[in-house]
Design a binder for this molecule. Structure first.
Ligand code: ACO
Length: 406
């Protein structure tokens, strides 16, 4: 029963306005009257924290990591430099990067009980669920926790390639791969995953995939990590919270759902039928990999991902699905519904196609996203430690019954 009341009453209040470095002005709500709550369902207009890590201009289709456009970073820096940039705010010099990566590589291992725990899990479990189980196990291990927040963040980022590879391989019935001495983050992830040295192309494309997915300000999973982290829970536990939020098809699960959709469509002649389904008010179907809460013009990551798809498919000849995806994109972008709703391909639209061409199976896509996003998540976790963020505890609009007698 919905007890919500509608009212035509209006209310005005004077609040200080701050100009942000970039983007929308900020209304400072800290002086908001105690007897009112501000309702913003889905937090579409709410800035719930301050952060210096990432900036998105949804109207322009711009994504900056610490001020640098993601497309330029992708072209000029490796993912290891991006991790450093996100965590510490500046691109590393050669010398700084050498010291940083030495530390990172030294932490690329997990305790033996992770391997034992893995063996107890059925092979038909989803790789995201397996990953969550392993990360949750680490959250209960005091010996893995480090006092220095920088060291803690680096350790978690270092462990993720192995944890993700273990999860993906286990779901395929394969045993984990061990490396005596890790020497490069992305290459070693691919060795952990595929038990062989990757081609230069695969290495380069994966490096870019990780950079493209590394950070995206207050998306659902980062927001979840911040809420969880604000209670003072340990970094592994906060990471587990973020993983659960990432898994959903409206967020990181979209690339898996997008591939399932393309396979269900199958051939170009069925595109109009699916466009109509996506537009229908009575059909819950949506075009997966389309639309974004923030981007209303283009998702800059989608353009890079599309060009990566071209690079890998040149070698793999996996054309039919890519052709279908391009046709669907073209038809949707010409359709008045998608134009008026400002719906464009997002990063997940082509990412499944790229990953599959590189040998990743559909149900593992989101774990690759998780690997990439861990550097962003840990940057937010570190920022919270430095800023001493207060507990995040919003209020609600109560629509239940009034107090009643039993
Ligand atoms: N296909 C068809 N219609 C859509 C789509 C879509 N993919 N996305 C949004 N719409 C429509 C909605 O039906 C709604 O229409 P209406 O106003 O006529 O009722 C309108 O556009 C606004 O939709 P909302 O859900 O309110 O938009 P919101 O900003 O909350 O959602 C989201 C963004 C969740 C990404 C949505 O676009 C979606 O579900 N996309 C498909 C899933 C997807 O690709 N997710 C990945 C996002 S990127 C990432 O997480 C890395």
């Amino acid at each position: 029963m919905n007890h919500a009341k509608t009212t035509s009453q209006r209310f005005s209040v004077e609040l200080p306005v701050y100009q942000a470095n970039l983007g929308c002005a900020i209304l400072d709500g800290s002086g908001f009257p105690d007897n009112y709550y501000f309702q913003d369902l889905g937090l579409k207009h709410t800035s719930f924290c301050q952060s210096a890590i990432c900036y998105i201009d949804g109207a322009q289709g711009t994504l900056l990591y610490r001020g640098y456009p993601v497309e330029s970073l992708c072209r000029q820096y490796t993912y290891e430099s991006i991790i450093y940039l996100l965590l510490f705010g500046e691109l590393p010099s050669k010398r700084v990067l050498t010291t940083f990566t030495r530390k990172l590589h030294a932490d690329m291992s997990v305790p033996d009980y992770c391997y034992q725990l893995l063996e107890t899990l059925p092979h038909d479990h989803h790789p995201m669920g397996i990953l969550l189980t392993l990360v949750s196990a680490l959250s209960a291990d005091d010996t893995q926790l480090l006092d220095d927040p920088d060291d803690m963040a680096i350790r978690i980022i270092a462990q993720m390639p192995l944890l993700v590879a273990m999860s993906q391989r286990h779901a395929k019935g394969l045993p984990p791969v061990r490396i005596a001495k890790p020497t490069e983050y992305v290459e070693d992830f691919l060795i952990y995953l595929q038990d062989q040295r990757p081609s230069t192309l695969a290495h380069q494309v994966f490096d870019r995939i990780l950079t493209l997915h590394a950070e995206h300000e207050q998306n659902a999973s980062t927001c979840t990590l911040r809420v969880s982290g604000s209670t003072g829970t340990n970094a592994y536990a906060a990471l587990a919270a973020a993983l659960t939020a990432l898994w959903g098809p409206a967020h990181g699960g979209a690339n898996e759902a997008c591939m399932a959709m393309l396979e269900a469509i199958g051939t170009c002649d069925r595109i109009p039928e699916y466009i109509e389904k996506a537009k229908s008010k009575t059909d819950p179907f949506r075009l997966m990999g389309f639309g974004h809460r923030v981007y209303r013009n283009r998702d800059p990551r989608a353009d890079v991902m599309k060009s990566l798809a071209r690079d890998v498919l040149d070698h793999k000849q996996d054309e039919p699905l890519f052709r279908l995806a391009r046709s669907l994109e073209k038809r949707a972008l010409e359709d008045p519904y998608f134009i008026s709703h400002q719906l464009y391909p997002n990063v997940d639209y082509y990412s499944g196609i790229v990953q599959r061409a590189l040998g990743i199976d559909c149900q593992s896509f989101t774990t690759v996203f998780a690997l990439a996003r861990t550097s962003g998540w840990m940057s937010h976790w570190l920022e919270m430690q430095r800023d001493r963020t207060p507990i995040i505890r919003p209020r609600q609009h109560y629509i239940g019954p009034r107090q009643r007698d039993l």
